[in-house]
Design a protein around this ligand. Structure first.
Ligand code: OGA
Ligand code: NI
Length: 370
């Protein structure tokens, strides 16, 4: 008898293992002509989602033109407001030429559209290598949903990578893009420091955004777009994310309980607060849940650059910064080092991509059992 996806004898681990063994990722499935989404990609319906999206809710678009010669109070205010109310904003006039962002998006597509043979040696769900392709990051527990997209990731620990490790098809584009990302990071670091009520040097001196994890993402069309999600709902565990998306759309954030679109804005970069910065800001800034919808036609590419603490300093202790603490605003989080924090995220993400923040609340009982 032919086994259906609905049968009780669905062997989750075997299906996932076969997919992983193929080393072809989601694009490999699509290229093989599948007409149904395998069950381990199917996201369960969200019981508490409000009907949405809000037609008029739009994340702030902030013009950085004024800040390149020095900090601008209006921009700091806009960033403070956006980081508190939305956790997401778009920036324009950030100084990266469109030739660089266009080349990065084209390079991402070229990376993923190489023949499978060119990618499979770097294909692994194990996070250890500095450079790799993957679809599933780590182990996919039964009941979790995989994202309908492929990723290529490079780790820049303390900002460094051996360029020879990066596939030539996108090497120049990635190295050039990262030079610009560092400049944008420096500008955002100053603006966010001031938005926290500190001097512009605060976050730079804390060295909390000196390593980068760059992911070049490729979202193939889905044969059943209502059943899969391009990226399942999650918040980013890191300090800050700078995202470049192409002009096709699909990214949504949860705002007031509704999913709202983050529409493509030509030339813009999307910035979002990560869980770790929410902790350092004592909830003054919010790390919000987001996801990417699947589409029935055409593919989407995006490039996410995650910033996190320097390698050697990752064992450093971070806590809500003193500038956000007052008698009326006592610290709500414990001290933590980044490695512990991310380890908890990964454990909890096996239950659906939740942040580790609740685990570090000062009044919480530590419920993550090792
Ligand atoms: C991520 C993410 C969004 C996108 O990789 O964490 O949220 O648009 N990506 O690809
Ligand atoms: Ni994300």
């Amino acid at each position: 008898m032919e086994k259906t996806d609905d049968s009780n004898d669905y062997d989750w681990d075997k299906e996932v293992e076969e997919f992983e063994k193929s080393k072809g990722g989601v694009k490999g499935l699509v290229d093989s002509g599948i007409t149904k989404v395998p069950r381990f990609f199917i996201s369960p319906p969200e019981p508490d989602a409000k009907p949405g999206p809000h037609p008029d809710a739009l994340i702030p678009i902030i013009d950085l033109e004024g800040v390149r010669g020095g900090l601008d109070h209006k921009v700091v205010g806009a960033i403070r407001n956006a980081s508190r109310k939305w956790g997401f904003f778009q920036v324009v006039n950030h100084g990266i030429p469109t030739s660089v962002t266009d080349a990065m998006l084209r390079g991402t597509r070229a990376l993923h559209e190489q023949p499978k043979e060119a990618k499979q040696d770097l294909y692994t769900s194990d996070g250890a290598p500095d450079v790799r392709f993957y679809a599933i990051n780590g182990r996919l527990e039964e009941g979790d949903a995989a994202s309908w997209r492929d990723a290529f990731a490079c780790k820049f620990i303390d900002g460094e990578i051996d360029p020879e490790l990066v596939p030539p098809v996108c090497r120049g584009e990635i190295m050039e893009y990262m030079k610009h990302m560092i400049k944008v990071r420096d500008v955002l670091s100053e603006l966010l420091s001031e938005a926290l009520g500190a001097s512009k040097e605060l976050l730079g001196e804390m060295q909390c955004m000196e390593s980068e994890y760059l992911t070049c993402l490729y979202y193939p069309a889905s044969p059943e777009p209502d059943k899969s999600l391009g990226t399942v709902a999650h918040s980013d565990p890191t300090v800050l994310t700078v995202l470049l998306q192409d002009d096709t759309g699909g990214l949504q954030i949860k705002h007031d309980g509704c999913w709202i679109d983050v529409p493509p804005v030509p030339g813009a970069l999307i910035v979002n607060i990560g869980d770790f910065l929410q902790l350092m800001s004592n909830d003054k800034f919010m790390s919000v849940e987001h996801r990417v919808l699947s589409r029935s036609k055409g593919s989407r590419v995006s490039v996410a650059c995650f910033f996190f603490p320097r390698g050697q300093e990752m064992a450093n202790i971070y806590a809500p910064v003193k500038q956000v603490i007052s008698p009326n605003n006592p610290p709500i989080y414990k001290q933590v080092n980044y490695i512990d924090f991310v380890t908890h995220y990964q454990k909890r993400s096996s239950r659906g991509g939740h942040s580790a923040l609740a685990n570090y609340k000062l009044d919480s009982i530590n419920y993550c059992i090792d």
